[in-house]
Design a protein around this ligand. Structure first.
Ligand code: NDP
Ligand code: 8X3
Length: 256
């Protein structure tokens, strides 16, 4: 049975898409479980949203690369909120911009462990709760990098192609159950993503110079729209880019 106020678990809720999705879904009456490693940010957000919208918000530290941490976060959230209906498996990152034969172990492991293993661990922990709730929606946050590749982005693209594979497989596995599966796959969006990738504020800012990139709120709106559609409608995949980015590769970005 579809609830009026679904309980939504979001990983990577301390910034960017995750935070923006928490804000928009809170305004739409959803209850929230917010997870990330930077707990101070989560606590402030949880306090603000519960005060402003009168919703239940659980916040918890989670490192999605770690099985025990994910299990603990998800089970604590379900115990505190009573159920989980929706998951937004959003936590992820790019680290560096290296050719495939030059990528350091540290960057490779950060991307593959967070973007692929972390997503599997999240879905694995949440799925029993969603199935026992009897209605649900699973959101993956992929990327245009899961559809096209670019130089220096080989490992990141491999990880996002992996996310696409997971979304497609899960949709097949859940066919016949009242659970929808959507992958939201954005292009360039100004969040903390580029700062995390380059570890350099000037380089991060330059990426978005003279373009009008997507924002966290734009991606949150895609998630809200998919969630609000009638129950028989499943949006499989959304590829969303800013108007200035005609192609995933930098060759076709309009600056001016
Ligand atoms: P941000 O850097 O702003 O947010 C990333 C979030 O992921 C943070 O809340 C961070 O929290 C969390 N996170 C990272 N690693 C872990 C971890 N090991 N455990 C738990 N949480 C973690 O970037 P975005 O909002 O842009 O990125 C969100 C998702 O969107 C990512 O999967 C990214 O690949 C994808 N994406 C981004 C695009 C862009 O151009 N911005 C475009 C397409 C896809 P904390 O550090 O507190 O743990
Ligand atoms: C993030 C978009 O272009 O940096 O997924 O790969 S891009």
């Amino acid at each position: 049975m579809r609830p009026d106020s679904p309980i939504v678990l979001i990983t990577g809720a301390s910034s960017g898409f995750g935070e923006a999705t928490a804000r928009l879904l809170a305004a739409n009456g959803c209850h929230l479980a917010l997870g990330a490693r930077r707990v101070k940010r989560l606590k402030n957000l949880a306090h603000e949203l519960s005060e402003k919208f009168g919703i239940d918000v659980f916040d918890g530290e989670v490192d999605t690369r770690d099985t025990a941490s994910v299990q603990n976060f998800v089970n604590s959230a379900a115990a505190r909120l009573g159920a989980i209906h929706v998951v937004v498996a959003n936590a992820g990152l790019a680290s560096g911009l290296h050719k495939v034969w030059e990528v350091p172990d540290e960057d490779m492991e950060a991307m593959l462990r967070t973007n692929v293993e972390g997503v599997v661990k999240t879905i694995r922990a949440v799925m029993p709760h969603i199935r026992s709730a009897g209605w649900g929606h699973v959101f993956f946050v992929g990327s245009t990098a899961g559809h096209q590749v670019y130089e220096g982005g080989g490992v990141y693209s491999a990880s996002k192609h992996g996310v696409k594979a997971l979304a497609h497989a899960l949709r097949l596995e859940l066919c016949g159950e009242p659970i929808r599966v959507t992958s939201v796959d954005p292009g360039m969006a100004e969040t903390e993503f580029a700062l995390v990738r380059y570890k350099d504020e000037t380089k991060a800012k330059a990426l978005y110079q003279d373009i009008n990139p997507l924002t966290g709120a734009d991606v949150a709106e895609c998630i809200r729209w998919c969630l609000k559609l009638p129950d028989h409608v499943n949006i499989d995949e959304i590829i969303v880019k800013c108007r200035d980015q005609a192609s995933h590769t930098m060759a076709k970005v309009h600056r001016g």
